[in-house]
Design a protein around this ligand. Structure first.
Ligand SMILES: Cc1cc2nc3c(=O)[nH]c(=O)nc-3n(C[C@H](O)[C@H](O)[C@H](O)COP(=O)(O)OP(=O)(O)OC[C@H]3O[C@@H](n4cnc5c(N)ncnc54)[C@H](O)[C@@H]3O)c2cc1C
Length: 369
């Protein structure tokens, strides 16, 4: 039952953001900075965000040679460089906004594991392609030596400009900063419908206390993989990803962000544990879902990889395993666009949303009036 104050004042907002992931929070941050008196609400259906932003692996990456080969084939050289730059400058924005310490950013390098000798000419080609924009030649080949991987790993291609963050710290500082700017975040608030009203939108929300109608002048959809609920025509396909962490073992002391099989599999260490994830391509159909859950056959393959070549000589025990949901489409670029007079959308972040998430939030803010 609503009070007069709730009906007349508290349910009215200038901007309602649907989705409390990195894009929703960044949109709240940039909009609040540029509109200090605006009443802004973020509505998130989970207690913690239920998509990808608190579930990811914390790789601060912008593209391995294998991924760039794929991009080049589908996008051509100019758009591949644009995409890399979008990710690279997104990471700079993240670092500048919070500082490296707050998000535990470590430029430890990205390493692509090669099971055969890499093509040096291609590496040279991509260094030449990116050098004018990045000011550096990021890729070099190194021998498998220091990390204790089995000799199935013949070489590694190192990207000196990649690193890792602590995802929990990054999302925590983002949530706190948004709160300090006066943005109200409502968790366990699932938006069920958005309807037109005179100069704005009615946003219907399902909460633990029952349904409620909020009123907004503008709405920003930051619902990534779940966007079809509001935009059924959008080219957005869900892609579930799995991550597991082992219990601590002092042998997990190497630093770097590692990946193999075209970037579909990835691992790093965190707090003396091994964190490993990916493998979505092993069951594309099964993983094209918005349901949370663990795919047992993918998990078995990840565990087999640890024993086979990642850490053949280190005893390990799995501590935790979880899933998160990404969003993909025919184009690797995100969708950042105006939907109608009162609605904008920043969705389909793909697999490198840590890199581009804040940039998408900033771009989306520019679309809002
Ligand atoms: C397992 C995994 C590992 C990854 N690893 C990396 C990595 O190492 N590096 C990297 O750069 N990227 C990584 N990513 C990708 C990255 O996490 C995402 O691209 C990014 O977090 C997307 O942010 P977002 O805000 O667009 O979406 P999300 O974080 O998914 O946020 C959308 C939010 O909207 C909410 N929502 C949806 N519908 C409603 C509704 N009706 N009402 C209210 N709320 C709603 C959801 O609950 C969700 O919290 C990974 C992703 C996964 C799943």
């Amino acid at each position: 039952m609503q009070s007069y104050w709730e009906r007349e004042t508290l349910r009215h907002f200038d901007l309602i953001i649907v989705g409390g992931g990195i894009v929703g929070l960044s949109t709240g941050l940039f909009y609040a900075e540029s509109h200090p008196n605006a009443r802004i609400a973020i509505l998130e259906r989970g207690f913690f965000p239920e998509g990808a932003s608190t579930k990811n692996a914390g790789f601060a990456c912008f593209g391995s040679i294998a991924e760039l080969e794929h991009d080049l084939e589908h996008l051509g050289a100019e758009r591949t460089v644009e995409l890399v730059l979008k990710r690279f400058s997104g990471l700079q924005l993240l670092r500048q906004t919070f500082g490296d310490q707050e998000i535990d950013y470590r430029e430890v390098g990205g390493y692509e594991l090669c099971f055969e000798a890499p093509d040096l000419e291609r590496i040279n080609f991509f260094n030449n392609l990116l050098e004018p924009s990045l000011g550096q030649r990021p890729y070099s080949v190194i021998e498998n030596g220091d990390f204790g991987f089995s000799d199935r790993v013949k070489f590694m291609i190192k990207n000196t400009l990649e690193g890792t963050i602590d995802t929990g710290k990054m999302m925590g500082v983002l949530q706190r900063k948004v709160g300090l700017l006066g943005v109200q975040t409502f968790t366990q608030s699932a938006v069920t419908k958005i309807e037109d009203r005179d100069r704005g939108k009615i946003v219907r929300v399902e909460t633990a206390s029952g349904p409620i109608e909020l009123l907004a002048q503008q709405v920003a959809l930051c619902t990534n993989a779940f966007s079809k609920d509001f935009l059924p025509e959008a080219d957005v396909q869900p892609g579930r990803g799995m991550v597991l962490v082992t219990k601590p073992n002092p042998a997990f002391d190497w630093e770097g962000s590692f990946h193999y099989h075209d970037g579909y599999h990835y691992f790093r260490t965190v707090d003396g544990r091994l964190l490993l994830g990916g493998g979505r391509q092993l069951d594309r159909e099964g993983e094209a879902t918005t349901e949370a859950g663990i795919n047992d056959s993918i998990k078995a393959q990840l565990l087999a990889d640890i024993k086979s070549f990642i850490a053949p000589n280190i005893a390990f025990e799995v501590d935790l395993c979880w899933s998160g949901t990404m969003a993909f489409g025919a184009d690797k670029n995100p969708i950042v666009q105006r939907i109608d007079d009162c609605t904008v959308a920043g969705i389909r972040l793909g697999g490198m949303g840590v890199a581009i998430g804040m940039g998408v939030g900033k771009e989306l803010t520019g679309l809002l009036s």
